[in-house]
Design a protein around this ligand. Sequence first.
Ligand SMILES: NC(=O)c1ccc[n+]([C@@H]2O[C@H](COP(=O)([O-])OP(=O)(O)OC[C@H]3O[C@@H](n4cnc5c(N)ncnc54)[C@H](O)[C@@H]3O)[C@@H](O)[C@H]2O)c1
Ligand SMILES: [Zn+2]
Length: 354
Amino acid sequence: MREIKITLENRISTVYAGESLSAIRQFTSPDNSVIVTDGNILRHYTDMFDDFPVIEIGTGEEIKNLSTIENIMRKMIELRCTRNTFLVGIGGGVVSDIAGFAASIFMRGVRFGFVSTSLLSQVDASVGGKNGVNIGMTKNMAGVFSQPEFVICDHRMLGTLPREEYINGIAELVKTACLDNNGLYEFVHSNKEKILSMEMETVSEAVYRCVRYKASVVEADEKENDLRRVLNLGHTVGHAIEKIKGMKHGFAIAAGMGIALDISVMNGHADKNYADEVKSLLEFFGLPCGIKGIIDKDEIPDIMDAIESDKKRESDSVNFILLKKTGEPFTKAMGFNELSDIINGALSADGGFR
Ligand SMILES: NC(=O)c1ccc[n+]([C@@H]2O[C@H](COP(=O)([O-])OP(=O)(O)OC[C@H]3O[C@@H](n4cnc5c(N)ncnc54)[C@H](O)[C@@H]3O)[C@@H](O)[C@H]2O)c1
Ligand SMILES: [Zn+2]
């Protein structure tokens, strides 16, 4: 087990990478805690916390909404929760986004922590204090920045994760590998077979390095005023694909990373060989590496509408994250018309895209 501390003003959030779910008892007890989790976690792991009061939420992105938050808070009232109640979210990114938000607003905020159970949430979602829900089909439109006291990343729990969900998480792992300037990309590249086959020691090292990178970014810019934006690599177009095509988050952002790489090459920022290598890595893991075959030309207006309603927009442009090379992301304000033309070009049979 390895600890990573995220120090923010007078608060510390600690991530325990490689710790076990059973360690929640070191931080909380059934007397003052409530667990928020989903049906899949309950099915596999209920005997590990059956002495705790449990609030079960449904599964999937569709339940990441304000009515789920209201239901959790109604149940917390029924359970006679107080300001001293500790909320523990056990699950993937959907559970942590929801549980963190509910905890942050119940009675103006109670303490909370997570057990992160999916690869996507261990490498990304559970760390960093962004909590929230979707409004209608628009992603993460309501939420707060609020740090969990602890995040336990139990790698053994990945053993029950459906294969598709594991691959979904690899997308955020590759994203982080592209952003990190501390050797994570080389590590992922040279250990790709072991990562694909879920070799535990390698996965554990990769998760640890992802958390370490994200912790450093969050410490530098908790509220995403500037630096933290780079974590949105692939997400501008990715969120739009997720919304329009109902594709899983990781698969959608992998497609979005593909187009971000294309734009980086087209604008002369990145080397084409480098972009091709990252795309090959995504393909190796069974992820998309562009938007061709995912969206049709007649869907471009819907994609542009989705991008315009996304909160990363600034008036008539969007903050697009591009990449010069591994560890060198940067933000570029891009006009909607320019972006629409690029997406159109990417979908043309003879466009200069891979
Ligand atoms: N807050 C952030 O900074 C941040 C960052 C990235 C992504 N996200 C959000 O995270 C969400 C996606 O997270 P996710 O992919 O973990 O989704 P998820 O929570 O829906 O989990 C995926 C599926 O796997 C199941 N599952 C999880 N762990 C399991 C286990 N150990 N065994 C068996 N089944 C298990 C879940 O029940 C669910 O069906 C999206 O809503 C995305 O917007 C948030
Ligand atoms: Zn993401």
